[in-house]
Design a protein around this ligand. Sequence first.
Ligand code: LLP
Length: 431
Amino acid sequence: MLREKKNGRLYFDGCDMVKIAEEYGTPLYVFSENDIVSRFDELKRDFSDKYGNCRVAYAAKAFCVKGMLKIVEKCGASIDVVSGGEIAVAAAAGFPADRIEFNGNNKLLPEIEQAVSYGVKRFILDGTNELPLIESACKKYDKKVNVLVRITPGVAASTHDHIVTGKLDSKFGIPLEDDVLYPVIKNVMDSPYTEFKGLHMHIGSQLFTNREYMESLEVMLSVASEIKKRFGAAVSELNLGGGFGVTYIDEERKPVSFFLDPMMERITAWSKEQGIERPLIAVEPGRSIIAEAGITLYRAGQIKNIKDVRKYVSIDGGMGDNIRVPLYDAKYTGIVANKADEPCTEVVTVCGKCCESGDVVAEDLPVPESIKAGDIIAIYSTGAYGYSMASNYNNNPIPGAVLLKDGKSAWLIKPQSYEQIMENQVIPEWL
Ligand code: LLP
């Protein structure tokens, strides 16, 4: 286990979290390189190597900084990006363009041009008006790209409503309507700038059951069969998206084989029925790669005890570095890192320093009774969608992040300064 208690303190990837907090300051995101690599290893062992002709594309939106993309590159994975900003980070990290796939329901023309000129070769078409934009960018740069068409399978995944993406009423994907979907596919096939590769789906995030995946896969395979019937062309690639659930409190994290084995079995059987070679299968996990590799360290400050109601422990960060509690009612747990051996005899609400009542990072954190100002509170599983959704609310700087590996540590992101917060602010000359 990369998270362990030693000498009364929390250790992560061989590093003493109290020392790290003292050395780098708080609030601070810390990331375990070994944890990240072990996730890619699992996918390699139980998916890509096991089945062959597979691709893992890390969903960069979960945590997209140069150092992270270096780790992804070293692990041999691709990335899924959704914006020009993510492409710029990838380019700055020297991430190979042919391992980037571009998702997004409203890719802007400048972003598409940026992608094409950088050499991105795989686009996930996610709108009926997107093809002309891709064509114009390809024409400009004299390039041809591969296209997968994202379908909306019409299956509602059981997770928080804000992170469901595959149901009928969704902004994502091309609807299954006969006179919408197939003309889009035909146009991609006919365009001199695009090669139709296959289909894409992503049904939601933080999922623990197979039902939605299998139901959506069935829809995807029926579309693929229809494509063969109508156009005589077999799909050569299917992208199953991401969404594999992780442990925040006590959710039982499932191995990737739990999700992927049944889908691979079904796809293999379907390919036989169709008399075609099994298409390349891609997945796009984000959260399951990085969530548990991240911990946020905070320093406790004010403590407010409302008799018979609740004890609030205020920390030096909050919704600016982790918006997931107010936004999704997300649950987190953690530990007082400098009192790791003390029994937890009370439950407190860990709240941030923003002027907002909903600014909470852990609603019911068990802590030792001795908790006091200056203690280091470590909140677990904050690696995904924490830094990537951080904000400067109340003009609090976005904290830095440190990469940990086998007891060593180094900056991954330096903390933002006040100057950086104000960098783009201008006072109009008439004021
Ligand atoms: N592929 C596509 C097309 C996606 O839209 C997403 C996530 C993923 C892959 C990766 O899904 P994951 O493996 O991370 O579940 N901000 C929210 C999550 C939004 C996910 C959006 N799409 C949160 O903090 O829970």
